[in-house]
Design a protein. Structure first.
Ligand SMILES: [Zn+2]
Length: 450
């Protein structure tokens, strides 16, 4: 049984229901679960004989939660020809490159993306893998997550409507729908862990309404509910997306989702930039989650998601970095800052606070991934936390050190723990070497560019 404590943090931001912030705070955990959170003085009786980590000059938060990613894309950053393209044109440029991926490439890309996330304070990431060329399988990503040590929610994605049927992807990248559903069952049975503290949970995730059939959307929802797993897809990402829905299905994306069973607390949709007032009310009423990806939305010119309106209506919201082909950088703390800034462009300086952005990045993300055991620092919750130095060049001078994480952010966390175990120590990956991650990525990149 291993016990550890972090003490003397300038602030512990618990993200509990009362948004408690504790000065000179600490967190004590045993194995993977938090035993106590409080002031260092109050925790003193629990500290006898256990290893303590001094966090003077630091802020401690729950680990950040990434709710939308395509980790395989980490090897297609800054690709010429789609640096300045909008969503549909961008996809058409990248599909032929992705069609060359092998299992080794997917492993290397996933390891790279998860290492990057861990180094930005992320402890739990979902992933949306929706193409499986050349023998790629979902377990190629799970193996990478186990190496980095991050908590992982891979989703078995799918594309089934190729160009010849009016869809966007080339026919070579789509799969037959019965095979997709069979493989969803296989990976859920093999890897999904419903227990508290689970390191791997599997979801189902048809890629988007413009790359799978109505029948697959419906059947995937039935399958997910039968298996008790969560459901994820892209929705209402930009104006083209809404236009496609109106032309092809005769209704807006929200109505399409609802008609196929894709609303509810077990569903979260990426983007939702173009939701209208009625769709926001639908999502709030049904507790349907939204993964807000502000950097990707900016990069692709998709628009400004109505985050303020969604929060006010009660829509569950988390943050996502999105795939590295559309946001290039996978830094979740930077995403929180971008979320705050982007709301202010249209909504004014009061549109989203630093604390609201941090709450979305932690508690909000855990909620939409169905992880009530994560996303907050409280006794009984999982020991997933990030220790941020706020006494260095980028953050020194800040009067409010918690807000400084977003307003004057440090380059990265000093330490990150997942399920009580170190994933980052002193700014370095603790479970895999930085050199091996980079070498693996470079080797795979050389194969893809050959
Ligand atoms: Zn995406």
């Amino acid at each position: 049984m291993s016990r550890l404590a972090v003490i003397h943090a300038d602030i512990v931001a618990t993200m509990d229901d009362a948004a408690t912030e504790i000065a000179d705070g600490g967190v004590v955990w045993r194995d993977g679960a938090i035993v106590a959170v409080g002031s260092t003085a109050d925790l003193a009786p629990l500290l006898d004989g256990i290893e303590t980590i001094d966090a003077r000059g630091c802020v401690v938060t729950p680990g950040l939660v990434n709710t939308h990613h395509h980790l395989y894309q980490s090897l297609t950053r800054a690709v010429p020809g789609c640096q300045d393209a909008s969503l549909f044109g961008w996809l058409k440029t990248l599909y032929p490159i992705w069609a060359r991926y092998t299992p080794d490439d997917v492993f290397a890309a996933t390891q790279l993306g998860l290492a990057e996330l861990a180094l930005s304070g992320c402890t739990l990431s979902s992933d949306h893998l929706y193409l499986f060329p050349n023998g790629v399988r979902l377990e190629d990503t799970i193996a990478a997550a186990q190496g980095v040590g991050i908590r992982f929610h891979p989703t078995r994605g799918a594309m089934s409507v190729g160009e010849s049927l009016g869809g966007l992807p080339p026919d070579s990248l789509v799969e037959a729908e019965p095979a997709i559903l069979d493989d969803m069952v296989r990976v859920i049975d093999a890897f999904h862990d419903p227990a508290d503290g689970a390191m791997v949970r599997v979801g189902v995730a048809p890629c988007s309404p413009f790359s799978v059939s109505r029948e697959l959307m419906r059947d995937a929802a039935i399958l997910a509910r039968d298996k008790g797993v969560m459901m994820h897809t892209h929705l209402a990402e930009d104006a083209d997306d809404v236009r496609y829905s109106l032309e092809k299905f005769g209704c807006r994306p929200g109505d399409y989702a609802e008609s196929l069973g894709w609303t509810g607390p077990d569903v979260w949709h990426a983007h939702c930039v173009q939701l209208d007032t009625a769709e926001i009310a639908l999502f709030a009423r049904t507790r349907t989650g939204v993964a807000h990806c502000p950097c990707s939305n900016c990069r692709l010119g998709s628009g400004i998601a109505p985050v303020r309106a969604m929060l006010d209506a009660g829509v569950p919201l988390g943050l996502g970095v999105d795939g590295s082909a559309s946001s290039d950088s996978g830094n979740l703390l930077a995403e929180a800052r971008q979320a705050m800034l982007l709301q202010r462009v249209n909504g004014g300086a009061g549109a989203l606070s630093a604390r609201e952005a941090l709450r979305m990045a932690t508690r909000g993300g855990a909620q939409i991934l169905g992880r009530h055991d994560c996303g907050q620092l409280a006794a009984g919750k999982r020991a997933d936390l990030a220790i941020w130095p706020v006494d260095e060049i980028a953050s020194s001078g800040s009067w409010d050190k918690l807000a400084a994480l977003v307003l004057a952010p440090p380059p990265g966390p000093r330490d990150v723990f997942v399920e009580g175990r170190a994933v980052v120590r002193d700014g370095e990956l603790a479970r895999v070497s930085r050199q091996s991650v980079v070498a693996g990525a470079q080797a795979a990149l050389a194969r893809l560019m050959a």
